[in-house]
Every structure is written in structure tokens, then in C-alpha cells.
Design a protein around this ligand. Structure first.
Ligand code: FES
Length: 105
């Protein structure tokens, strides 16, 4: 488990114990954040798991082309912070990660 910080759409921040080996999206949803729709279930086809990585972006593996295509089509895309949380697998180096759930389009 690693401690990460998640802020919802109301601006409320909560620290969660994220399970290593699971996606960031699964960890956020398993901790009862209702703002993350993640409607495709992690197939990299919906963009409703979009988050802004406020702290620790450099600890993440780079997004692949499919993820970047979806993100760059999103009106809320921010270069250098936007990621699809279903494409980020939690590892032990990610302690202290801070993410904010992005608004839906
Ligand atoms: S859950 Fe659909 S792209 Fe991440």
C-alpha cells in the first residue's frame, strides 16, 4: 500500500491507501469517490477517468499514444498534469502522489 491524496470535484481532499499493482482508477473508485465515472472500465476508450496529477507526475510512466489521443481531445486536457487514471498502475515509488479528479466534458 502507498499513501496517495485524491481531491474530488467539490475540492475535498482525502488520503487513501492505494494498493500496489492496481490501477489508480480502481484505487480511487474502491475508496468511494463517486466523481470518477470510468465508464469503459479501464479499456482506454472513454476518458471519464481523467485526473490531474498535481504532484508526482514524473513518477509515472509516460502515456502511450492511445491515452494521449483521448486526453488531447478532452476539453479539460492540461499538458504536464493530465492522465487517464485507468492507465496508471500504482507502484511503491508513487507514495505521496496527489491527484485531482477532472471535470467531465
Ligand atoms: S476508464 Fe475509460 S478510459 Fe479510463
Amino acid at each position: 500500500m502507498v499513501k496517495i491524496s485524491v481531491t474530488d470535484l467539490e475540492g475535498e481532499t482525502r488520503d487513501i491507501d492505494a494498493e500496489v499493482g492496481m490501477s489508480l482508477m480502481e484505487n480511487i473508485r474502491d475508496n468511494d469517490f463517486d466523481d470518477l465515472a470510468a465508464i469503459c472500465g479501464g479499456c482506454c476508450s472513454c476518458c471519464t477517468c481523467h485526473v490531474f496529477v498535481e504532484d508526482g507526475f514524473d513518477k509515472l510512466e509516460a502515456a502511450d499514444d492511445d491515452e494521449m489521443d483521448l486526453l488531447e481531445d478532452n476539453v479539460h486536457f492540461q499538458s504536464g498534469t493530465s492522465r487517464l487514471s485507468c492507465q496508471v498502475e500504482i507502484n511503491d515509488d508513487m507514495a505521496g502522489l496527489k491527484v485531482t479528479i477532472a471535470p467531465e466534458e
